[in-house]
Design a protein around this ligand. Structure first.
Ligand code: ADP
Ligand code: MG
Length: 478
């Protein structure tokens, strides 16, 4: 049964991808700082809100109770004064009550008919206050919360002498309670800000401690990437990052050793290659000379002998046969000569690169239907023999390749010596390199050309596009 991916899974994974991309875009420092700050602020604000809530509730409860006890006290002490109609003392009692209790906003006493007997309002008594709270004679008390211009007020009404002498009313303001709560809130928020500051300082220190070895590692890794294997990072601590540093050091040490082995092998390889190439040149030179001196001489004297025999022979039949044989020998002599030149032209040793190239190009044009343009600049003096041989062989192989692969109609060769460097450019107007060709196994021509250039600390670059011909640039220091 196919498993249905629920839309939530896709949605979630998308969310996490976005989240990680977002979180990952900040530096470690910012992340740690963010976590610390968020925790401190959350904790600070959370505790403040909670404490504020609990405290407000407790204080309100107390204020309410206080309002009741003050009102009951006033009611008890007012009874006699009302009965003897001592309104002055009644007023004194109310003023005193207010003086003794700073939370008391007002206090007044009304008789059973609703007439105000005494109050603490000074000249004007707010009449609408009478209607907002009332109490039955049978009740113990009645408390309501009023919203006044000066904040909430707990108003308690208590019947005096079971209501027969009237009602005592007392209002306790929440003002001072609210001031206490906001002072506490302010203090707690200040503490939060201070702890945040300490948290930021601690986070900065922490990230510095944590990221310093990572930054070291990053720098070292970049250097290693650039080929500097001598990098060593100091493990600052025995933690995971310290272990990473240790592993990094082991890795660079291994890399350094591998690199050293590679350099040694490379050195050995070029030494070997140089030996092989030199030996090959030597062998070619020897065979070329042998062909020229021994075989060529032998064939020449054979021709001279045949000529003599031919002159002395009276039989016309034999004479024509001898002529044919002489033609064959002459052809073989030509072949031997060509072979010897191809192997190692003595002009290269005797007259130098320019002469050898001119000769080679001349012969080449006789052999292939191709226009070759040779320009040599600045080669008045002889070059070091290894350079002459290498450049000659590179051009020889290039021209052979052009004849074999390029289907070109013209080729041009430029050899120039300037500023202590020898440059050669071999161009053709042929089909160019086909994609993927040229680095096939077993194709040693191009490889050999490059090796010869590199053995002389030079370079060889090939520029080619299908259908656009080929250019080979060689540069060798002298
Ligand atoms: N001038 C050129 N034009 C087009 N293709 C070339 C040219 N020179 C070399 N190539 C391509 O590069 C390949 C490798 O050349 P090379 O290493 O000399 O090997 P080989 O000549 O034995 O094929 C050739 O097979 C040919 O496809
Ligand atoms: Mg070739």
């Amino acid at each position: 049964m196919p498993i249905n991916h629920s839309p939530f899974t896709t949605h979630n994974s998308q969310f996490f991808t976005h989240f990680w991309r977002f979180a990952g875009s900040f530096s470690v420092r910012t992340k740690i700082m963010g976590i610390v700050l968020a925790l401190v602020v959350l904790l600070g604000v959370g505790i403040t809100v909670q404490v504020r809530g609990v405290l407000t509730q407790a204080l309100e409860q107390r204020l309410q109770e206080q309002s009741i006890s003050v009102a009951r006290d006033v009611a008890a002490r007012a009874t006699d004064l009302i009965l003897i109609n001592d309104l002055f003392s009644l007023h004194q009692l109310l003023v005193e009550t207010q003086l003794n209790n700073p939370d008391v906003r007002y206090a007044f006493v009304i008789d059973p008919n609703g007439t105000v007997l005494a109050h603490t309002f000074g000249p004007g008594f707010p009449r609408d206050l009478l209607a907002v709270n009332s109490v039955l004679p049978t009740d113990h008390h009645q408390t309501v919360l009023l919203e006044s211009d000066e904040g909430p007020v707990w108003d308690t009404a208590v019947p005096i002498f079971d209501g027969q002498a009237g009602v005592a009313r007392v209002g306790l303001s929440e003002e001072s309670m609210l001031a206490t709560v906001s002072a506490l809130t302010g203090q707690m928020l200040l503490t939060t800000v201070m702890v945040s500051a300490v948290g930021i300082a601690a986070a900065t220190l922490l990230t510095w401690i944590v990221t310093r070895p990572i930054i070291d590692l990053k720098r070292a890794a970049e250097a290693v990437g650039q080929g500097d294997f001598q990098q060593h990072v100091t493990p600052w601590a025995g933690d995971e990052i310290g272990e990473l540093a240790e592993s990094f050091n082991v890795m660079t040490a291994d890399l350094a050793q591998a690199e050293q082995e590679r350099v040694e092998r490379e050195h050995l390889r070029s030494q070997l290659l140089e030996k092989v190439i030199t030996a090959q040149e030597e062998e070619r030179r020897r065979i070329a000379r042998e062909l020229h001196d021994e075989t060529g001489q032998a064939l020449t004297s054979l021709m001279v002998r045949l000529q003599m025999v031919n002159q002395q022979c009276p039989l016309p039949d034999i004479k024509t046969q001898l002529d044919e044989i002489r033609g064959l020998v002459a052809h073989t002599l030509d072949e031997v000569h060509n072979l010897s030149v191809e192997l190692r032209p003595s002009v290269l040793d005797d007259l130098g690169l320019e002469a050898a190239l001119s000769r080679y190009v001349h012969d080449y044009q006789n052999r292939f239907p191709l226009e070759v343009d040779l320009v040599v600049i600045g080669l008045e003096e002889r070059l070091p023999p290894p350079v002459e041989t290498a450049v000659y062989r590179i051009i020889q192989e290039s021209l052979t390749n052009i004849a074999r692969h390029a289907h070109a109609t013209t080729a041009s060769i430029l050899v120039e010596q300037r500023n202590g460097r020898l440059r050669a450019i071999i161009e053709d107007n042929g089909v160019g390199f086909m994609r993927g060709v040229g680095n096939q196994n077993g194709r040693l021509g191009l490889y050999g050309m490059r090796e010869r250039a590199e053995l002389l600390n030079g370079t060889l670059t090939i520029e080619s596009e299908p259908g656009r011909g080929t250019s080979i640039f060689v540069e060798v220091p002298l």
